[in-house]
Design a protein around this ligand. Structure first.
Ligand SMILES: [Zn+2]
Ligand SMILES: [Zn+2]
Length: 77
């Protein structure tokens, strides 16, 4: 049994995520995303995939990067 670091739910199928040397416990991916996913520098949505990174800023997609004046990033899809 472990308690979710995000919502406090005590759940027997909780799991752990390690990020920046800290171990988090979550009861769901939703909570994990809320707590540890980076946020897009433009639209502030949580980045679940690889995202795009430039000059220490992270973006969810090439569109958002372009909106912030970053032109050389492109989605690979
Ligand atoms: Zn939770
Ligand atoms: Zn975005």
């Amino acid at each position: 049994m472990a308690r979710c670091d995000q919502c406090g739910n005590d759940y027997d199928k909780s799991f752990q995520v390690m990020r920046h040397g800290k171990t988090w416990t979550f009861d769901s991916f939703e909570c994990a995303i809320q707590a540890v996913a980076p946020r897009c520098a433009h639209c502030d949505c949580p980045i679940i995939g690889h995202g795009l990174e430039k000059d220490g800023k992270i973006f969810c997609c090439a569109h958002c990067a372009t909106q912030k004046g970053v032109r050389e990033l492109r989605d690979r899809a």
